[in-house]
Write a protein that binds this ligand. Structure first.
Ligand code: FES
Length: 99
């Protein structure tokens, strides 16, 4: 089942959108013109990531400063599990995910 999250026309560089799907908090973010969907939850201690600081493809969690490379999901400055990323799906003029 396709769950639409956003219209493609709205996915400008720097876009950030938060969604709740079946109880999961998700973050859709556009970096380098690529939409990336992930759990809006830092794998370190669970802080929301939508207010993190973005520099290039690096997203810095606002709670303890662990920085994740969005192109790989990996933490670059501390031992930490990677971001929980989800595959995007497309349907017409919408982006979302398949459940
Ligand atoms: S909760 Fe994100 S760095 Fe600790």
């Amino acid at each position: 089942m396709f769950v639409a999250l956003e219209r493609l026309i709205n996915l400008d560089e720097g876009y950030r959108g938060t969604f709740q799907v079946q109880g999961r908090h998700l973050l859709l973010i556009v970096v380098d013109r690529q939409p990336i969907l992930m759990e809006n939850r830092c794998p370190h201690q669970g802080a929301p990531l939508h207010n993190g600081t973005l520099e290039g493809t690096m997203l810095r969690c606002s709670r303890h400063g662990i920085t994740f490379d969005l192109s790989t999901g990996c933490a670059i400055n501390a031992p930490c599990a990677p971001l929980q990323r989800l595959s995007l799906a497309y349907d017409g003029d919408r982006v979302g995910l398949d459940l």
